[in-house]
Ligand binder design. Sequence first.
Ligand code: ZN
Length: 215
Amino acid sequence: MDLGHAAFPRLLEHSAPHGVDAALFSHGHPDHCADLNPLLRARAMVDTPPPALPLYAPPGELAAVLALDRPGMLDEAYRLHEFDPGERFAIGPFDVTTRLLPHSRPNAGIRLEGGGRSLVYTGDTGPSPVIAELARGADVLIAEATYAEEMPADLAGELSTARQAAGHAARARVGRLLLTHLWPGSEPQAFIEAAGRAWDGEVAIADTGMVIDLD
Ligand SMILES: [Zn+2]
């Protein structure tokens, strides 16, 4: 999900490019999809390319990243499945539920379920009661928290704070909360403390290489 800046080298630590079965995107801002380009290049520019990679994204959101290369060069490397946020569908073994969440462009909140476990990811979102609906009882909520507690007024409807994310976690009664999308240079401990003022559950900051065992 959401192959943003520098996600591709991280991905290579876990899988060869041809080992990826599908890619799912919340929205088209480059910090959420820029590294789709190197993934598609790595799959296309080999002697025996793997099958086209299924891509799932809201309508038009991948147009810019898919236009980075020479026209046609990557056409055989992917198969685009656009969905309207609110749709439900399956990707491999996962049931995928999506909901439209408020952002500066259409953003899909995503719930993945499989094997009796559930993971919810907000993408980028302003506060919305839909977040807690989507995250109801989830094992893990991965929530955008760009700021710890104070939100600049001009971004108030488009992004969230750690405290707001923790409020959604409390209402949804999730198993644990993982905060991501921290503004560069932020002090992580301030986010943990802000979240703790809205929820007494388990909170962590998403970190490079982090692994969460849902069992
Ligand atoms: Zn965004």
